[in-house]
Design a protein around this ligand. Structure first.
Ligand code: ADP
Ligand code: MG
Length: 795
């Protein structure tokens, strides 16, 4: 304002170097100001345009928003329709329950699911579309450029503002200088006016003085005086003149100085004009740049707008197409629904009918339940009586099984002789003495061939086990005998053979591979357990040895004590050993403890156990006592497992003293055993039980229905062939006593034709028990007569 106010005076005349022309700087400043205001106007206009453009953009955005909301609404409508259809379907389904229409329903469900998925896809696309216009502009190069331009614009605006500030500062300076100039001009004017007045006054006085002089010259003498006076006066004037001249000089100097100042100021003004011109040029440049940027921005905006419109159109077209497809699908579903409706109606009818039926169902059910209950009661009663009958039959069958088993064992022979050949061991050494002399028949497992002194000799026994036979194989053969013990039979198993032929191995075995003793007890335990609910069993064991015809208790506290075999005082004729320790055993652990105890007793008694055991008979006596819980029937079976003394004929090799006595005792007892078995098999009236302690002790277990098995152990090597021959001869002698082929055949023939017809347990007369070790008073033990006994008269 200040500028404009002074402008009228300042810009009044053009630029000039004279003092009068010094206000020439003002118009330039004025023009600058004008240019500035123009620039501002232009900027305002540009901003307006920008705002308008932004408005248009916003308008378009809102348009797009409206379109998308419209689409959204359409989708929403479709969704609603779908939901209502789904509800309709579920309603129909709930009305009908699911039967025949389930396929259609499933189809509909699948269709619905598909439509729902499509819908979801459309929604996702819509979402994408909505995101699109903003997104591309966000990242596209146009937007980047426009942002750059915007930045540039703001930069330019900043520069303009700066320039404006500078301009206003310059303006202010110019103003100040103009003011000062005006002041100086005024003062100069005053001085000039003063000087002019002074000059005028002086010239007037000079003129007066000249006139006075002239008048004085006209009056000569006086004139002379006058002149002098004048001269005197003139000197005064001259002094005034010189004074005024000095003052004039001073003033002129001042004016020159002022002019100098003015000149400097003009120069300053000129330089500021130049600056202004420069600034103007810059502003013009910026303006043109701004214009260009604006044009570019407009173009880019235009192209962006077009892109956006195109994208919207495309999306809209796509959405329309998809919508059309959805509509078509919907129409399909609708028609499906329409076709399903009749089926649904019939289903509803069916369902209602069923409902009616179901309503009457509880009554029906009650009646049915009542009748079923009655039937079940009847059936239970019948089953009960059947069970009773079955139980009775089972017991009869049990008896029959026992009989059959017994008979099977009998058919195999109540006294059976088998041979077991041990493998060649390291102890047999090497060389010709250790060569194998025993061979077997590939087709007949009861034949054994021995090559003795170059001559082949063959023997037939009940069974022959080769060295390959395992402990289990051998046990398999004796298993039946052991189970018969549970049924109340007495059983004797002997291991016979020369020392080192494998008797102890077969009877006791090794801890890893136990022999008959331990396996027998295990079998008894498991059999007893199997019968547990119906039968109660107790198993006891005793261990004894017979050395030099003296019987000792291996489990007693006093192993040295001699035991006697006595007749029961009750007059039953049974034998028993007073003082023989009996341990009740319930598990394999118990047995092992008993065996260990027996062994300890034996080892402490005898320094060379191996030698001693080969000269004594070791007996393990297992007694199985049972009570049938339902009938109270009692049974007692005894299993005698005997590891006999070595059968080698020591006496013949010229032994003396105690060795000879031992040998004699052994020979005597073994031949007594052979005699007893021979007598039993040949059914002689007299059996020489009393010829040895062993046969006397085992009397009850060898006679009657008792079963005896003799395992003849032989060594396979050359050096033992004479003992092997002797053992096999003993075995054959024992075996062949009774069972000639003829007599066996006759027995077999009569058994196969008569067994089932003849046997009738109810008619059996109980046989008196003849158990040697049955506890006195256990006389309830009764066993039906054997089939053999019954068949004998027929044979
Ligand atoms: P015995 O009691 O008749 O004197 P052993 O039973 O002590 O004979 O047997 C003598 C040796 O032969 C022992 O080392 C034993 O382990 C071994 N033996 C016996 N029979 C067999 C067999 N069938 N398998 C493996 N080794 C055996
Ligand atoms: Mg032995």
């Amino acid at each position: 304002m200040n500028v404009e106010k002074t402008g009228g005076r300042l810009f009044g005349s053009g630029r000039c170097s004279s003092l009068a022309g010094s206000p020439g700087a003002a118009p330039m400043v004025h023009r600058m100001v004008e240019a500035m205001s123009q620039l501002q106007e232009e900027k305002a206009r540009l901003q307006e345009e920008l705002a308008a453009l932004q408005e248009r953009l916003a308008l378009r955005d809102s348009d797009q928003q409206a379109t998308s909301t419209q689409l959204q609404n359409q989708v929403e409508n479709l969704k609603e329709k779908l939901i209502s259809q789904a509800q309709e379907v579920s309603r129909l389904r709930s009305e009908l329950g699911g039967t025949d229409l389930e396929k259609h329903r499933d189809l509909l469900v699948v269709e619905n699911e598909r439509l729902r998925q499509e819908m979801r896809r459309f929604e996702a696309e819509l979402q994408e579309l909505r995101g699109k216009p903003a997104a591309p502009c966000l990242g596209c190069e146009h937007s980047q450029e426009s942002a750059q331009l915007r930045d540039k614009l703001s930069q330019l605006q900043l520069e303009v503002a700066e320039n404006k500030g500078m301009l206003s500062e310059l303006n202010l300076e110019v103003q100040q200088k103009t003011d000062r100039l005006a002041e100086v001009e005024l003062r100069l004017k005053d001085c000039l006016a003063e000087k002019a007045q002074e000059e005028e006054r002086l010239s007037r006085r000079l003129r007066d003085s000249h006139e006075t002089i002239a008048s004085l010259r006209a009056q000569s003498p006086p004139i002379k005086y006058v002149i002098r006076t004048v001269e005197v006066e003139s000197s005064k004037t001259k002094q005034a003149l010189s004074e005024s001249q000095a003052r004039n000089q001073h003033l002129q100097e001042q004016v020159a100085m002022q002019r100098q100042v003015l000149k400097e100021m003009e120069q300053q003004l000129q330089s500021s004009h130049q600056l202004t011109a420069q600034l103007r040029a810059q502003i013009a440049m910026y303006e043109s740049e701004l214009e260009r940027a604006h044009g570019q921005m407009l173009e880019e905006m235009q192209s962006l707008e077009e892109d956006k419109n195109r994208a919207i159109e495309e999306a809209f077209a796509r959405a329309q197409v998809e919508m059309k497809a959805v509509h078509e699908n919907l129409a399909g579903v609708r028609t499906n629904l329409l076709t399903l409706q009749p089926a649904l109606r019939t289903l509803t009818n069916d369902y209602n009918g069923l409902k009616r039926q179901v309503r009457g169902f509880p009554l029906l059910l009650q009646e049915a339940l009542k009748s079923v209950k009655a039937e079940i009661g009847q059936a239970i009663e019948e089953a009960n009586s059947n069970n009773q009958e079955l139980l009775r039959k089972y017991r009869r069958e049990l008896q029959l099984r026992k009989k059959c088993h017994n008979e099977l064992v009998r058919l195999k022979g109540n006294i059976r002789v088998i041979a077991r050949v041990r493998p060649v061991t390291k102890e047999d050494g090497e060389g010709p003495d250790a060569t194998n002399a025993v061979t077997f028949d590939a087709d007949d497992d009861s034949i054994i061939h021995l090559l003795h002194k170059g001559k082949p000799v063959s023997f037939e026994l009940d069974k022959v086990f080769s060295p390959r036979a395992s402990q289990q194989d051998v046990f398999q053969e004796v298993q039946a005998l052991i189970t018969s013990c549970i049924d109340g039979f007495n059983v004797c198993i002997f291991a016979y053979g020369q020392t080192g032929a494998g008797k102890t191995y077969t009877m006791e075995g090794t801890p890893e591979n136990p022999g008959i003793n331990q396996r027998a007890l295990q079998l008894l335990f498991s059999e007893v357990q199997e019968k547990a609910p119906d039968w109660e069993y107790t198993i006891t064991v005793s261990a004894a040895e017979i050395y030099n015809e003296v019987l000792r208790d291996l489990l007693g506290q006093e192993p040295q004590e001699k035991l006697e075999i006595r007749l029961c005082p009750d007059g039953s004729g049974q034998l028993y050993v007073p003082g023989l320790t009996e341990f009740q055993v319930q598990s394999v652990d118990d047995i092992n403890k008993v065996f260990e105890f027996g062994h300890t007793n034996r080892t402490t008694e005898f320094t060379n156990l191996n030698e001693h055991s080969s000269r004594s008979h070791a007996l393990l006596i297992v007694t199985v006592r049972g009570v049938d819980c339902s009938t109270g029937l009692r049974t007692t079976g005894k299993l005698n497992l005997v590891d006999l003394a070595g059968s080698e004929r020591v006496g013949k090799s010229g032994a003396e003293g105690s060795r000879l006595r031992e040998a004699q005792h052994i020979n005597k007892s073994l031949s007594a055993l052979g005699d007893v078995i021979a007598a039993l098999r040949s059914r002689q009236g007299h059996v020489p039980f009393r010829n040895s302690k062993l046969t006397y002790l085992l009397q009850d277990s060898l006679s009657g229905d008792s079963k005896t098995l003799m395992v003849v152990q032989v060594s396979p090597v050359e050096k033992n062939t004479s003992e092997t021959l002797y053992s096999l001869k003993f075995a054959e002698r024992v075996r062949s006593v009774e069972l000639g082929p003829g007599s066996r055949r006759a027995e077999l023939g009569s058994w196969s034709s008569q067994e089932h017809l003849e046997w009738e347990p109810a008619c059996q007369t109980p046989q008196p028990s003849a158990r040697a070790h049955s506890a006195p008073g256990s006389g309830t033990t009764s066993r039906p007569g054997s089939i053999r006994r019954k068949l004998q008269p027929l044979a």
